[in-house]
Every structure is written in structure tokens, then in C-alpha cells.
Design a binder for this molecule. Sequence first.
Ligand SMILES: C[S@@+](CC[C@H](N)C(=O)[O-])C[C@H]1O[C@@H](n2cnc3c(N)ncnc32)[C@H](O)[C@@H]1O
Length: 231
Amino acid sequence: MAIGKLYGVGVGPGDPELVTIKAARIVKEADIIFAPQSKKGRASVALKIVQGIIDEREEAPEILQPLFPMTEDAQTLDKSWDEAAEQLYEKLSKGLDAVFVTLGDPTIFSTFSYVSKRLQKKGVEVVLVPGIAAMTACSTTAGIQLTEQDDILVVVPQVDERLSKILPYVDTVVAMKTSRHLDLLEKCINEDPREKEIVSVQNCTMPDENVVQGFVKNKKYFSTSIIKLKK
Ligand SMILES: C[S@@+](CC[C@H](N)C(=O)[O-])C[C@H]1O[C@@H](n2cnc3c(N)ncnc32)[C@H](O)[C@@H]1O
């Protein structure tokens, strides 16, 4: 029997209207929906975004919701990705197609990549479906042009010495996961003498979206800051 395909489907930043037509069709047709949880009993945001599409199906898909703990411990993460890959392979080897729903786009800081690499090694065909990335949703919500003319855009998931080194050459910084590194980020940005425009967007395109001028101190996970450094 042929092995099923694994789809890595980006479902956008939160608003179900921002799910692409292609993503919606694939979710409608899938045998298995794979939507990892960060805490037991807390459905993934990606799953919630496509729940309306799933509810409209005549035949319900099987929904797998393994636990991907929010930790930076490499061993714990490796173990959860190994287990997820095994769980998916068991289904795919029966000829079933699986859809891994992922917030935003599957090629930007998505746990999908760690699982898909493991499955590709086993000969599974992986199909990627782009989604609207959080950073472009945040820039449109904030009404900020990310790049113009010869601007250099840098996207960071954390702050370390590399950002200070390249910052003098950068026109726009998109800082993701800011709840984890806000103090360092603020320090690094403040050290640049240029005039700046800073906007932070939390829970972008979700019902409780919050747009703040400057950095935002609360520790919400879905926070992105856009820093424009004036020429
Ligand atoms: C693991 S990354 C996922 C990125 C996602 N794959 C993408 O394409 O945007 C999680 C980070 O994305 C950003 N993010 C995701 N959704 C967001 C939203 N709705 N509003 C603001 N930031 C968001 C936050 O910086 C969050 O910490």
C-alpha cells in the first residue's frame, strides 16, 4: 500500500477568514488532522482556526492532538517530535493522508518542520501549503510598510549578540516571541541612535487583538513587535 501524504498547512494568524481556499480544501479532504497542544486539554490555536471548516464536514476526520510542551529543553523537545513523527507514520503507512495545521505559515518558526524532517527520512511525501504569516498580518494591522526601496528586513525569534552586530545595517526588525526576550530586545534597540517607530501587535486578527505603540510589557505569547529604524 502507498504511504499517505503529509500536508503542512499554514492556517494564518487567527482570523478564520484568513485561511486560504487551498488550505480549507485540504482540511476538508484530510483523513487525519494533526494539531499539537502546548498544554493538556488546551486545543491548539491552529485547530480552533479551522474548527468551523471541520464542523461542516459530513464525515468527521480523526483529530490527533499530541502534547508539544512549551520548553526550551532540547531533550524534551526531541522526544515529543520523535513521538509525533511515530504517531503520524503509523497513520500514513496505512495509506491515510494527514494534515498538520500550523499557525501562520509552515516555513516560519513552525514545529511542523521538526516533525516533517523525521518523516521525510522515512520516505513520506511532504506537501507545504503557505499561510498568511503573523508578521505580515501584524504589519497590515499596524499600517506599517515592512520594506520599501532598498530596505533590509530582519526577523528575530530571540535576541543575542548577532542582532547588535547587524543592527546598524538594518531598516526594519520584526521581533517574534517577544515575551521571552523583551528586556534584551529593548536594550539592543535603544542602543541604536536612530529615530524609531515601534509598534507591537498581540493576538493579531483574533477577537482580543491589541495594538500598542512601543514595546508591550505583558507576557502574551502571541506578541510581535515591528521596529522601523529611520534612515
Ligand atoms: C512559533 S512562532 C509561529 C510563527 C508562525 N508560523 C508564522 O508564520 O507567523 C510563534 C510566534 O509568532 C508570532 N505570532 C503568531 N501568531 C500571532 C498573532 N496572531 N499575533 C501576534 N503575533 C503572532 C508571535 O511572535 C509568536 O510568539
